[in-house]
Design a protein. Sequence first.
Length: 213
Amino acid sequence: MAETKEQKQLSRIRRAALAVFAEYRGKATMAMIAKRARLSEETLLTHYASKDDLFADVLALGALEMVTPGAMKGFSDILALPWKDARKPLTTYFTNYAQFVRTNAPRVKPVLQEAILRPQTFARVLAARRGAYPRFCNLVEDLQARGRVRRDVTPIALLCMVLSTAWGYGLARAVLMPDADWDDDALALMFASVLADGTRPRTRRVVKKKTKR
């Protein structure tokens, strides 16, 4: 279905706003955004009543892009993989995420900053992805039933570990140390390996008792 004129205008506005917010941060104005979008400020105000409204919408969309198929190359496909253990889907997740952060650092930076400074705005992003959580729970429980993941690792605990690792990497990569010597692919493999190994069931060591002579 072809985009309507209004939808095309909204797309232009959001792209322009994200670029302006990334470049000027708190000094960005509606006039700057309108100019970048090649629209009048009056037209811009028919879509967004204030800079804060536009800021919230654009950053929510930018953050959402980090966890939807466009950024994750098919988040649903990752959840649908035949999980023999946790390593393969975790490797896919972190590899795709690292590639996205590496190639979209200018857009990722303001999104991550917004997540830290204004979590109430970022809550819109989390709400949009809640539908995937039951599937994630089912997959974790299936791995536990087959002895691939420890029983004491709950789905919410594993999700917290995955997200905190991913967002911590994104924050360091795009905001704190963007000029460091990053080996993104190696880091993605390391993240997956550490989480997969850490959640694997422990093997009990059998200690033989010494017989008295």
